[in-house]
Write a protein of this length. Structure first.
Length: 109
């Protein structure tokens, strides 16, 4: 799927598995320095897939860093009740993964 590019950089970058989240955080931090803005001011979205328990520690790291607009899925972990999801959504703009086309449209505009 051709999603275009911005100044030669693809609009969609897959940074690998959740093990690679440190690289994604470093890239976002360096971009925020280069553009003299916060990470949350960058036009980026993070999709965190729940396939293993280590995703919990990655989510906690992202929340500690104040990262917003995270999509979680393909299903939510059992500890995220509707009330917890509402709180996370209100504070960090966290949402569930939906259909790929819908998520891409939301992420890419």
């Amino acid at each position: 799927m051709d999603l275009g590019e911005i100044n030669g950089i693809p609009r969609l970058l897959d940074l690998g598995q959740c093990n690679d989240s440190y690289s994604g955080i470093k890239i976002a931090l360096e971009l925020s320095k280069a553009f003299n803005c916060s990470v949350n001011d960058l036009p980026i979205s993070i999709v965190l897939s729940w396939y293993e328990q280590k995703a919990v520690s990655i989510l906690l790291t992202l929340l500690y860093l104040g990262i917003k607009n995270i999509k979680l899925g393909p299903s939510l972990p059992a500890f995220i009740s509707p009330n917890i999801l509402k709180n996370l959504s209100d504070k960090y703009r966290i949402s569930e993964i939906t259909l790929p086309q819908k998520d891409l449209k939301e992420i890419l505009g």
